[in-house]
Design a protein around this ligand. Structure first.
Ligand SMILES: [Zn+2]
Length: 628
């Protein structure tokens, strides 16, 4: 036992050194496994205290161009109305208040120079190298601009779920990743901007809206906003957004409300008077964990705490998400623990912290056997799952994953469940022999549904190898990981199946041996099934290399496109990790149209919602920038 502790301490020290000072040799997940094991064997090991501590002293300091001041806050409509009657703006601009980490991007003559964290408001950490790798930071903008662009470093919920499930929330995870000395993971963050100040020219922007439009034109991602003619419109907007929060891919904690007019003197005040943070209602409570149940989604087991009922954000809450076994261990949660729970927009609240454990608190039992097939469950800390590839639990989940990865619209979980229950679809290849009649036969599934679902399914006739493999739902293997292997030469199913995991890991940056093992093993076990999908002749593997450069961005195409078909444009978006959308709605990033000045209802709606409207040509330029 003590030998193993010494070994673990040595390994962790070794990998920490590589991680911070050289090239890492193992994946984050593998490092975490060492960490977890040491924590189990020797919770008071001094090694465990060294990582995760604030390492910001390792960055150089740099002054802000515009001091980051504090903001007045209104927690309810009454306080907001008091402020509004004082300032009397003729029209209000209400922007999402992004719940991330503040950043100032400094530009000189249109070139990106520095990225500075909030720090003490006047001086922050110079994390330029990391910021340069984040999404939404154009290296060059119009040469006429010298000054600061203000934004928030954000981690999307998708990224948080996929890569940092052990971190309590997106903001904590973003904060940690952006300050990593080695910059690892910075490319998964994005910066969403909401303000800019020209160094010398106070009149560079006409008003707040033209400033935001200018930011979008320069290639920044811009915060969503709405122009509200009256105070009441602001209050209604806040209510609307409160309800939509759960569906957004980012955490926001309210609105920032200001006037249309820019007042440079007010902006320089330590606490500007003409804008206010109009926060959502406080959504935090203390309660007691009474029981833990394990919810099964496919082959994954997720712990859910049953708690004493408590009022939170207008609803009575009796359950809270415990995320994974590792979070339970790290927080030291037990049955009987008093905990703090919050609702950050998710439907099920999350446990944020342990308040105290009473004397008689009992340990939480983690299941060890799959309820469906009896296999021993694999406990990876951040994931507890049934490792049996043939487990019936997986079958439906795998087909669902396929539809999700290929982004097949109108083929919802209800339809799939019915096809599954009817025995018509059990494996992915079954999908490709479906007919409209198969679907119409199902209870309450009309011809329209059948036609749309199949049309969208058959429209995807070629996918990259990475997405093909990711669609088979191999544990821990997403398109990103497969893509890395493809890029280092494992560019066919056969090459992946026959690969030597240790060698693949060695040749591929960012893939450790455990991940390589899972990938190779998964392809080997599922190879037959993959072949059967290809043998349908309905879908093939193209050799396009994918990127995730558009991850988190959504595109809607409207009007007649001149350079390509709409389906081709949408496939391009997918290829870069973006999401094609069929309609203009809240949260859409770009609306692409042949005539951005037209006055169609889609465009009008987009303008109201603050969606960036671009021409077809600009869309191509955007893609070209991704290649550069
Ligand atoms: Zn099982």
């Amino acid at each position: 036992m003590t030998d193993r502790v010494k070994e673990l301490e040595r390994l962790i020290r070794h990998h920490q050194d590589l991680y911070y000072n050289h090239e890492p040799e193992i994946s984050d997940a593998e490092f975490d496994q060492l960490w977890d094991e040491l924590k189990r064997l020797k919770p008071d090991s001094p090694i465990l205290e060294t990582v995760g501590a604030d390492q910001s002293d390792r960055f150089a300091k740099r002054a802000h161009l515009m001091p980051m001041h504090s903001q007045d806050k209104a927690a309810d409509a009454e306080a907001f109305l008091r402020w509004a009657s004082r300032v009397e703006h003729p029209v209000y601009i209400a922007q999402f208040k992004m719940d991330g980490a503040s950043i100032e991007l400094q530009y000189r003559d249109g070139r990106f120079l520095y990225g500075i964290t909030r720090g003490d408001g006047r001086t922050g950490d110079d994390i330029t190298a990391n910021v340069g790798r984040m999404q939404g930071v154009p290296p060059r903008i119009t040469p006429g601009f010298s000054g600061g662009v203000r934004g928030e470093v954000m981690m999307s919920r998708t990224v948080h779920r996929e890569f940092y499930p052990d971190k309590a929330n997106c903001r904590n995870a973003a904060n940690g990743v952006m300050k990593r000395k080695d910059g690892r993971g910075a490319e998964r963050l994005q910066i969403i901007c909401y303000d800019a100040v020209h160094e010398e020219d106070d009149l560079f922007f006409d008003d707040e809206v033209s400033k935001l439009e200018w930011l979008a034109r320069q290639g920044f991602r811009v915060v969503e906003y709405r122009q509200c003619p009256t105070v009441n419109d602001v209050i209604v907007y806040r209510d609307e957004i409160t309800r939509q929060r759960e569906t957004l891919d980012f955490d926001i904690d309210g609105l920032v409300v200001k006037g249309l007019e820019i007042d440079p003197d007010d902006v320089r005040r330590a606490r500007p008077e003409k804008q206010i943070a109009f926060k959502f209602a406080l959504e935090e409570q203390t309660t007691v964990v009474r029981e833990v149940i394990w919810s099964e989604s496919g082959h994954i087991y997720t712990p859910i705490a049953v708690t004493d009922p408590v009022r939170l954000a207008g609803t009575t809450v009796r359950r809270a998400n415990l995320a994974n076994p590792r979070l339970i261990r790290e927080m030291g949660l037990r049955i009987g623990s008093t905990v703090r729970i919050t609702k950050r927009g998710e439907i099920i609240p999350k446990i944020e912290a342990l308040v105290e454990n009473p004397q008689d608190a009992r340990e939480i039992t983690v299941p060890t056997v799959c309820g469906t097939c009896g296999s021993t469950l694999a406990d990876e800390g951040t994931r507890l799952y049934c490792p049996n590839m043939q487990c019936a639990k997986r079958a439906l989940h795998r087909v669902r994953k396929w539809i999700e990865v290929l982004d097949i619209k109108d083929f919802g979980p209800v339809l799939l469940q019915k096809l599954f229950d009817a025995g018509r679809v059990r494996r992915i290849h079954d999908l490709y022999s479906l007919t409209e009649a198969d679907i119409v036969e199902l209870e309450r599934m009309g011809e329209g549904i059948a036609r749309r679902a199949l049309r969208n399914l058959f429209a995807v006739s070629e996918v990259s190898l990475a997405r093909f493999v990711a669609g088979f739902n191999i544990e821990g293997i997403g398109a990103l990981i497969v893509e890395k292997a493809v890029r280092s030469g494992y560019d066919s199913l056969e090459a992946l199946r026959d690969a030597e995991p240790a060698r693949l890991a060695e040749q591929t940056e960012g893939i450790g041996e455990a991940t390589a093992g899972a990938l190779v093993e998964g392809v080997r076990l599922l190879y037959e099934e993959m072949q059967r999908v290809l043998q349908t002749g309905m879908i093939s593997i193209g050799n396009s290399i994918e990127s995730r450069a558009l991850a988190g961005q959504s595109f809607c195409f409207t009007g007649a496109l001149t350079s390509m078909k709409r389906s081709e444009a949408e496939e391009l978006v997918r290829r870069y990790g973006g999401i094609p959308r069929g309609s203009v709605s809240e949260g859409l990033t770009w609306l692409v149209t042949s005539d951005p000045d037209a006055n169609t209802s889609k465009l009008r709606k987009a303008r109201v919602l603050g969606v960036s409207i671009i021409s077809e040509q600009r869309f191509h330029e955007l893609l070209q920038q991704l290649h550069a």
